[in-house]
Design a protein around this ligand. Structure first.
Ligand code: SAM
Length: 261
């Protein structure tokens, strides 16, 4: 009997309808699949039924990883490691489809890492990921809303995002206290070219550090009151960080990089 570890966010998905639904979001047959945190292998079994060409899983928990070896034998390539330490850009030469009922405590860290670390090409074809509903709401939030912030700006930079559905705590064992949401991400063909994505992280951090304050202070801190940029991007400094749309943030980062090049 496996005792779920809270520290590793182990809430196993047990609702068969939802497991089936997840594997119908995108075609799996003959595709290369990566599952993050397969746990006891519930979603893994459903994915295997759809005949992937190759199936990688990354599981940090040693005991669960051993269990998966015994259960699935050579149907899986099991990477017994921390997903935050893996360099997917080098690991996957061919594009993979990623599935994950993510450990909630590090879900935003995983997503941000994948976006910020992307090299010249996408190593994934799509991402099908489960988040806490509250986090998913922040990822898909539109500007002018209270959920809009750094996570929305970073997530939407290179990815299109679609919400599939919300999922109640009953679908998991042990039951979490909160609702969850399933999101589907796929690469954008066109996106604003930012030279160093760390600048996107840094600039959004400065702007959203004091999200209730006017834009004046963070703008002046970064751009030293440069009126040319204000005019070019049509920014009113009396607004608040949540009032600037996605494109304006990406363009602001480009302006910042131009000033430094
Ligand atoms: N996919 C399974 C399911 O739906 O039943 C389990 C999902 S559970 C929410 C999260 C899984 O991620 C657990 O198996 C946990 O051990 C694993 N995990 C937690 N932190 C991890 C990390 N840093 N790297 C890889 N796996 C991790």
């Amino acid at each position: 009997m496996i005792k779920p570890k809270k520290s590793l966010g182990q809430n196993f998905l047990i609702d068969e309808n939802i497991l089936e639904k997840i594997t119908n979001i995108t075609n799996i047959e003959n595709k290369i699949i990566l599952e993050i945190g397969p746990g006891t292998g519930n979603l893994t079994s459903y994915i295997l039924k759809k005949n992937p060409k190759k199936f990688f899983v990354i599981e940090k928990d040693n005991k669960l990883a051993t269990n998966l070896v015994n259960k699935f034998k050579d149907q899986l390539t099991i990477i017994n490691d921390d997903v935050l330490k893996i360099d997917e850009n080098n690991l996957f030469k061919d594009k993979v489809k990623v599935f994950g009922n993510l450990p909630y405590n590090i879900s935003t860290e995983i997503l941000s890492k994948w976006i910020i670390n992307l090299k010249d090409r996408f190593w994934f074809e799509c991402l099908v990921l489960m988040f806490q509903k509250e986090v998913a709401d922040r990822i898909i939030a539109e500007f002018n809303s209270s959920n809009y912030g750094r996570l929305s700006i970073i997530s939407n930079w290179k990815l299109n995002i679609k919400k599939i559905c919300d999922i109640k705590p009953d679908a998991f064992f042990p039951k979490p206290k909160i609702d969850s949401s399933l999101l589907y991400f796929y690469p954008k063909k066109n996106f604003v070219k930012i030279k160093d994505p760390n600048n996107l992280e840094q600039i959004t951090r400065i702007f959203f550090n004091q999200r209730r304050k006017m834009l004046k202070k963070p703008f002046n801190q970064i751009f030293n009151g440069d009126k040319r940029i204000l005019k070019k991007l049509k920014i009113d400094l009396n607004l608040r960080p949540q009032n600037l749309n996605l494109e304006t943030y990406y363009k602001l980062v480009c302006e910042y990089e131009n000033l430094r090049s």
